[in-house]
Design a protein around this ligand. Structure first.
Ligand SMILES: Cc1ncc(COP(=O)(O)O)c(C=O)c1O
Length: 412
């Protein structure tokens, strides 16, 4: 296939040995955190020094300030800082009432923690397939499942805002209302990849009763280690989660229930607060990069229309919901001969990654659920086709061009 990009990037020519012109990239990393660090280094080091000077290392004023700031950003009533996104998911589920013997519906196409947190809360995950356009949990299939074969003791539905785009939260609200007279079901958001995202103008983190965010170092808002936060629309649930993250202890050495140590470090909170001041700008830059990728792919002739699920095109883009403000934690394409393409890009020093190569219902650890290949075909096909391309705020247009040009070369 011939490239129709307006000004295709030529193979970089070396004018001086070992010195590459700045504007011509020779490699494109999937993520380069150093560029971010270079821009905020002094502020980060000052924030860490502030914590060291205070000698207060766990919870405390930095964590409390971060909690207030994240609640304000998301529109939630409260936020509770904790040790990781996985811990946040567990807190979100338990606070929403999930307990031993319950079941929770979730997507088969997510990171493992979306499902393992359900198990850790004592419940059984019930995997439902994803929407072929967005790859988010398919609300129509969830509704169908509730009408035809409702899981026993269903307590919650856990949609994941995959790659930074909210699942169809209006549809999940409708489901809750449709069945409200028969049974109560809580919506718990896995917003680990979606800080700053919105659905119909409402922030991710304020769309369910509780929501979990991850600050793992690769996330849009990232700590210098593990950290997470859980948000909630209920002040009572916030109080419960504060207790759960601290050994189920309402006051020191008195324990009302089983929680454990899920607390956030003050140093992580201090670093996150420095970065929080930049998140709107960083997310906006991700959106601009996504628009550049979209445009270059359209010009390349490799893609079909957004969201269509025709299998003919070598590269297909995921659908964008008009209600969603997408924060592009990842820019993901669906590619024919995906693994060969990934190898080809690797040889050109272009980073890429597969999120996720095996859907959750086929993970060996979930074999006890009795699901087999073919049961959730959309997730299974997505696992064979998805490829995440370089995406971070400091990425340059020249780098994006090189990525798309290389993909064009692969299919030529
Ligand atoms: C969708 C999703 N859920 C949960 C998590 C777990 O977050 P953490 O790695 O902070 O425990 C992640 C992070 O990788 C994630 O991407």
């Amino acid at each position: 296939m011939k490239s129709t990009l307006s000004s295709p990037l030529k193979t970089p020519q070396k004018t001086t040995p070992n010195i590459a012109p700045r504007s011509v990239p020779l490699a494109v990393p999937l993520l380069d955190l150093r560029r971010q660090y270079d821009g905020i280094r002094e502020d980060v080091l000052a924030a860490i020094a502030r914590v060291c000077d205070s000698q207060s290392f766990i919870l405390g004023p930095e964590v409390e300030a971060l909690e207030r700031e994240i609640a304000a950003l998301t529109g939630a009533a409260a936020a509770v800082g904790c040790a990781s996104g996985t811990e946040a998911l567990w807190l979100a589920l338990v606070a929403a009432g999930v307990k031993l013997g319950d079941s929770v519906i979730t997507t088969a196409f997510s990171f493992f923690a979306s499902a393992s947190a359900i198990v850790r809360a004592g419940a059984t995950p019930v995997f439902v397939d994803v929407d072929p356009g967005t790859l988010n949990l398919d609300a129509a299939l969830v509704g169908q499942r509730l009408r035809t074969k409702r899981p026993e003791n269903l307590r919650a539905i856990l949609p994941v805002h995959l790659y930074g785009q909210c699942a169809d939260m209006d549809a999940f609200d409708h489901i809750v209302k449709e069945f409200a007279e028969e049974f109560e079901v809580a919506i718990v958001e896995d917003a680990a990849q979606a800080i700053g995202a919105k659905w119909s103008g409402r922030g991710a983190g304020s769309l369910g009763v509780t929501a979990a965010f991850s600050f793992y170092p690769t996330k849009n808002l990232s700590a210098y280690g593990d950290a997470g936060i859980v948000t909630t629309t209920s002040p009572e649930m916030a109080a419960h989660m504060r207790q759960l993250r601290n050994h189920g202890s309402p006051r020191r050495y008195y324990h009302d229930e089983f929680g454990w140590n899920g607390r956030m470090d003050a140093i992580q909170a201090a670093v996150l607060r420095v970065k929080l001041a930049h998140i709107a700008d960083w997310n906006q830059r991700r959106q601009q990069h996504a628009a550049t990728y979209d445009r270059l792919f359209a010009e390349s002739g490799l893609t079909s229309n957004h969201g269509s699920n025709e299998s003919g095109a070598p590269v297909r883009l995921l659908a964008r919901s008009p209600e969603a403000k997408h924060v592009f934690h990842q820019y993901v394409i669906r590619a024919q001969r995906r693994d060969a393409l990934r190898k080809f890009l690797g040889e050109r020093k272009i980073g890429s990654e597969v999120y996720y190569p095996l859907p959750l219902h086929l993970q060996p650890v979930f074999s006890y659920l009795g699901l087999k290949a073919g049961d959730l075909p959309v997730s299974e096909q997505a696992a064979r086709e998805v490829l995440a391309l370089p995406m971070f705020p400091e990425l340059t247009e020249a780098e994006i061009r090189l990525v798309v040009e290389s993909i064009v070369d692969f299919y030529s």
